[in-house]
Design a protein around this ligand. Sequence first.
Ligand SMILES: NC(=O)c1ccc[n+]([C@@H]2O[C@H](COP(=O)([O-])OP(=O)(O)OC[C@H]3O[C@@H](n4cnc5c(N)ncnc54)[C@H](O)[C@@H]3O)[C@@H](O)[C@H]2O)c1
Length: 284
Amino acid sequence: MLTGGGATPGRFFQPVPPDAGIIRRHAGSAAAVDSTMQLSELKIIITGGARGMGAHFATRLAEAGAQVVAADLDEAGLATLPAGIHRRVCNVAVEAECESLVRWAREQMGGLNGLINNAGIIRDGLVLKENRETGEITKFDAATWNSVLDVNLTGAFFMVREFAYDLATHKVRPGVIVNMSSVARHGNRGQSNYVATKAAIAANTVTWAREFARYGIRVGAIAPGMVETPMTQGMNQKARDALVAAIPVGRIGLPEDLWLAAKFVLECDYFNGRTVDVDGGLVM
Ligand SMILES: NC(=O)c1ccc[n+]([C@@H]2O[C@H](COP(=O)([O-])OP(=O)(O)OC[C@H]3O[C@@H](n4cnc5c(N)ncnc54)[C@H](O)[C@@H]3O)[C@@H](O)[C@H]2O)c1
């Protein structure tokens, strides 16, 4: 049910002021709504923007006329981005760096209304690993477990919190957040830490959509299957080939496939609190 009153904690739908600038109604027809956020109106931060999908999204957004801050650990990678994209070295796992990134991005772009929460790492391993020759069983170590949580989950939380705080305190609306989950969110052998973070990101996409509705911020997520980026190029070739062979559309995903999904989340003002699997049918 659509609520007609003021902010109601815990309610999913909240009214958006008609002057919010995002819903353009055609005169005389309440049903006909051209509800698109224009990409050219975005002032957006992309974490993990130095390569892979983050760099592709940054490039596409800049081409569409958006102002873009690409933030990454990888300074050399940031330097390869097209001219016009603002770049900032930042480790999203460090709270203070996320705080200063958001402040800096607002200054550079003269405002802020978008975030693509994309930085992520994989450090795979079975919980228990048995040596085939000796039979010795070793345990997955806590430090590797935590390293993935620190970047993929805590880093994403810091960025979402700082972004929402910035918009709420500057009374800017509307705003939009795109989180990068993964089809691994449904569970995947050898990826306990990664699965935990990507499932949490999808669940918190609902949480954050509900919490930030009062500030006019939508939150959506994309869950890629297997995509051709440096992350997957580093995989064991045999495992990679087996995975690609299992994709019903018959090929690995390309960053452009995921850009189409990101663009949809950014533009569609009625998409909120959900995660879209874009995996060529890999997880069915
Ligand atoms: N490639 C895939 O098949 C795939 C599938 C599902 C989900 N994803 C997710 O999509 C996102 C992008 O993946 P990708 O394949 O482009 O990865 P990638 O490894 O090619 O790029 C990730 C970028 O994040 C940056 N990064 C890593 N740790 C960081 C930190 N602490 N602070 C700031 N930046 C950091 C890296 O330097 C790199 O530039 C990730 O969240 C990943 O988990 C990827």
